[in-house]
Design a protein around this ligand. Structure first.
Ligand SMILES: *[C@@H]1O[C@H](CO)[C@@H](O)[C@H](O)[C@H]1NC(C)=O
Length: 210
């Protein structure tokens, strides 16, 4: 069984005689040990005490400060590691992905949250909460509620970057560098739809009617 008496390591070190009892070192002795205990110099602990624990009786380890367990194999972290963190050595936590800080108490979003997004823990998982006009795991994608048509891409909230030949808030307006004539309509880049009886690339021709 593990034997812990935090703060009494000094007292133990001072007791090299066969029998130690609390208070034997004087009234200003550390008050960690409530009852006296027997320290057997020939005691054997198998498996041996770890992390500088001292074998005080057969198969009984007296652990150094910060360790516990039958063979003092477990480190203690105070405060405890939060969010599933693992105590590596006293006061040192190894945090699961998404958490950081000395006690794994801080949420960290891998790569951060962009554009004003906020990193919070949702059911133990770190995630970015994005402002209304951004989306994506890091809030890296802008939202264009109007949509970006004809190959345009949304580059900022409500703003489309259009392919050449298209204009407008949603890249919905085709551009004809030469205007369409005679009531023709520019329906895609440099392409006119003509009103009868007109035809030609710019609707400049008039079919002969009989
Ligand atoms: C501790 O164990 C050893 C054998 O491993 C034994 O000889 C000895 O008597 C034991 N000591 C006590 C106090 O039980």
């Amino acid at each position: 069984m593990g034997f812990q008496a935090p703060g009494s390591t000094l007292l133990l070190a001072a007791c090299l005689a066969a029998v130690c009892s609390a208070g034997s070192a004087g009234s200003d002795a550390p008050r960690g040990v409530a009852v006296g205990f027997v320290f057997d110099p020939r005691a054997k602990c198998e498996p041996p005490c770890e992390h500088a624990g001292i074998c005080i009786r057969n198969d009984t380890c007296f652990c150094s400060r910060g360790y516990e367990g039958e063979t003092c194999q477990y480190a203690n972290c105070y405060p405890k590691c939060k969010n599933g963190g693992q105590c590596l050595r006293p006061g040192k936590c190894r945090c699961p992905p998404g958490f950081g800080g000395r006690y794994c108490h801080k949420v960290t979003c891998d790569g951060g949250c962009w554009n004003g997004g906020e990193c919070i823990a949702v059911n133990g998982v770190a995630k970015c909460i994005c402002p209304s006009s951004w989306t994506g795991s890091k809030c890296q994608e802008a939202i264009c509620p109007q949509g970006c048509r004809n190959g345009g891409i949304c580059v900022a909230p409500g703003i489309c970057s259009c392919l050449e030949g298209w204009l407008g808030g949603a890249c919905h307006t085709a551009v004809c560098t030469q205007p369409c004539l005679n009531g023709g309509k520019c329906i895609s880049p440099n392409k006119c739809r003509c009103r009868p009886p007109h035809s030609g690339p710019r609707c400049e021709e008039r079919r002969k009617s009989h």
